[in-house]
Structures are given as structure tokens and as C-alpha cells.
Design a protein around this ligand. Structure first.
Ligand SMILES: C[S@@+](CC[C@H](N)C(=O)[O-])C[C@H]1O[C@@H](n2cnc3c(N)ncnc32)[C@H](O)[C@@H]1O
Length: 310
């Protein structure tokens, strides 16, 4: 059995909290630096010093599950064996998935107006950091409210995330009352079933809404997303904050040919792309559009991706 390590003092080590903590496993600065480098390489995530305790507690669970005695052993194994499942568990453990229905609510009326103005064209929206699903379901509800019956036939949402665990939750579409407490009674009735018996206290997304969304795993730091289409709108909210500037710039470069020329890019409240790229310009309220030069280049590149001669 693993012995409980004695209380140790983190003060003085980079990222140390300065408070004493009881830990099951030794966790050195070298371990943390290795974790930082690995998660940056795999997911673009830059873990700041103050995420040290978070990294410890989330990965300590993996050590316990695998019956390992030290972080060093865990990280050695992770790097030596090309075990896709463990890499997945490692990245899932280090993502932050906080989200909510209609989070940053001012974006949804903007989306509704935008799709209404597009007349009879089909609408496609990509939610690129979908987490547990609240954001893509909010987008789909907005499309139904804006387009009525047409939405089921002509509006589609692609919802992607790196974390497979959150995607499984999103796919199930089951939420607690607490998670939907801010939705209006009209929305609750229109878009959710209420659980009864052993499911009381829960709601489930109605199949019509669920059918508008396709959930898939996608790593925003991959060189090629494998998407061969263009979107009217891309939601990329509250994920770029975890990336450094060069990674943000790469992601925005990959978004450019995936946007319709007059499409919209929605960012999180604390994310500012103006300093990262010239391809997008701020339209207001953390909503971006392609700049003129990018707009004229976009259709040509999209056609390339579709295999259509320019
Ligand atoms: C804080 S949540 C934001 C969720 C939602 N967009 C919102 O604003 O409410 C960040 C999400 O980004 C995902 N993520 C982190 N790195 C990623 C990457 N490299 N590729 C795709 N998704 C990533 C995480 O798994 C997490 O679900």
C-alpha cells in the first residue's frame, strides 16, 4: 500500500502555493514542468503556475487508478507507451470545462438577427469548444426561435471539443434542474423533457433539438481539422484563454478559410483577437468578422478545400 507522504512545504518552489498541503504523492517542480510541456504539445493549453495544485489533484486520480507510486513513473509510462486511451485520460484531466446555457447571453440575439437576415439560405454554425453541450444546445435553440420550422431542415450545428468525456455528456443531453434554472419556462417546455421517477430532478434535450447537432472530437491545435465546408458562424468562446499567442494565431489562421465571407466569429468575454491576427476585425461585443482582404480570399480557399476549381 502507498504510504501517505508527510506534509510538505511548497513555498519557494516555482508555482508553489506557499501553504502546506497533504499529498499522497511527491510532486516536484520537474514533474509539473513535464506536465506543462506535454499538455502544451498535445492540446495547446498553457498551464500557468497557479494551476499546479489543479494538475496535481486531477492527475493524482490517474495514479491511483493505475496503482502507480509517483508522478515520475506515470509520466515515464505515458511518454514511453503510445497508449491512446491514457493520453486521452491525461488531456481530459487537464481541460477546464466550465460552461452554462446562454452564457454571455448578448451573443444569442446577435446570432438570431444574423441568421434571419440570411433569408432562405441554409445555416451552419460550428461550436468549436462545446464542453458539456450547453453552448451548442443554446445555439440550436436560438436557431429554432429565429427560423421556426425551417431550422430542423436547414440549420445545422457542428459541436466539437478535445475532451471526450464532456462530449459524451453533451451527446446524452441530460442536465440537472440546477443547470437549466435560468432558462425561461417557454424554453424548458419547448426544448426539454422533464425526468420522472428515478430521473426526477433531471431534464433531457428533446430529440428534434438534438438532431440538429453533430458532436465530434476535434483538437483546435491540429494542423488540419478535416472540415471541408464553410460556416456562417463559428463560436470559439473561452478556450483561446488557455492558449498562448502563437497558438491563438494558428487557430485563427485555420478558421479563416472555414468562414463564409460575411460570417461571424464569436469570442469569449476576455478574449481579444485584435492583437493576434489581422484576418479578423472586431464588429463589437466580442464578435468578429473577416477583414476585407480575408473576405475576398476566403471563398477561393474554401473551394480549394472542397476540391472545386477556383
Ligand atoms: C471553459 S470551456 C468553454 C466552453 C464553452 N465554449 C463556453 O464558453 O461556455 C473550454 C473548453 O475548451 C476545450 N478545449 C481545451 N483545449 C482544446 C483544444 N485544443 N481543442 C478543442 N477544445 C479544447 C475544453 O475541453 C473545454 O471543454
Amino acid at each position: 500500500m502507498r504510504a501517505l507522504r508527510s506534509t510538505r512545504q511548497d513555498a519557494g518552489e516555482p508555482g508553489g502555493s506557499g501553504v502546506e498541503s497533504n499529498r499522497d504523492f511527491d510532486f516536484t517542480s520537474a514533474d509539473f514542468e513535464r506536465i506543462r510541456a506535454l499538455i502544451h504539445r498535445r492540446a495547446g493549453i498553457s498551464l500557468s503556475d497557479h494551476k499546479r495544485d489543479m494538475a496535481y489533484s486531477r492527475l493524482a486520480r490517474r495514479l491511483r487508478t493505475l496503482g502507480l507510486d509517483s508522478f515520475r513513473e506515470y509520466l515515464d509510462q505515458l511518454e514511453a507507451r503510445n497508449d491512446a486511451a491514457e493520453w486521452e485520460a491525461f488531456t481530459n484531466a487537464l481541460t477546464t470545462n466550465l460552461t452554462a446555457f446562454f452564457r454571455e447571453a448578448h451573443h444569442f440575439p446577435i446570432l438570431a438577427d444574423f441568421v434571419k437576415r440570411r433569408g432562405s439560405q441554409p445555416v451552419s454554425v460550428w461550436c468549436s469548444a462545446a464542453s458539456t453541450g450547453e453552448e451548442p444546445y443554446s445555439i440550436a435553440m436560438t436557431l429554432v426561435e429565429a427560423l421556426g420550422d425551417r431550422a430542423a431542415r436547414e440549420a445545422r450545428v457542428l459541436a466539437t471539443d478535445l475532451d471526450t468525456q464532456v462530449l459524451a455528456k453533451a451527446d446524452a443531453g441530460v442536465y440537472s434542474f440546477d443547470q437549466v434554472k435560468h432558462l425561461s419556462p417557454e424554453r424548458l417546455k419547448r426544448f426539454f423533457f422533464k425526468g420522472t421517477g428515478s430521473h426526477s430532478g433531471l431534464v433531457k434535450v428533446r430529440p428534434e433539438l438534438r438532431a440538429m447537432i453533430k458532436f465530434e472530437q476535434l483538437n483546435l491545435t491540429d494542423a488540419d481539422y478535416g472540415l471541408r465546408t464553410t460556416f456562417d458562424a463559428i463560436f470559439c468562446r473561452n478556450v483561446m484563454i488557455y492558449f498562448d499567442k502563437p497558438t491563438q494565431a494558428q487557430v485563427l489562421t485555420r478558421f479563416e478559410p472555414l468562414m463564409k465571407p460575411d460570417g461571424l466569429l464569436f469570442a469569449g468575454h476576455s478574449e481579444n483577437f485584435t492583437y493576434v491576427t489581422q484576418a479578423f476585425r472586431l464588429r463589437g461585443q466580442t464578435v468578429y468578422e473577416l477583414t476585407r482582404g480575408a473576405a475576398s480570399a476566403a471563398p477561393r480557399r474554401a473551394n480549394d478545400a472542397l476540391g472545386v476549381p477556383a
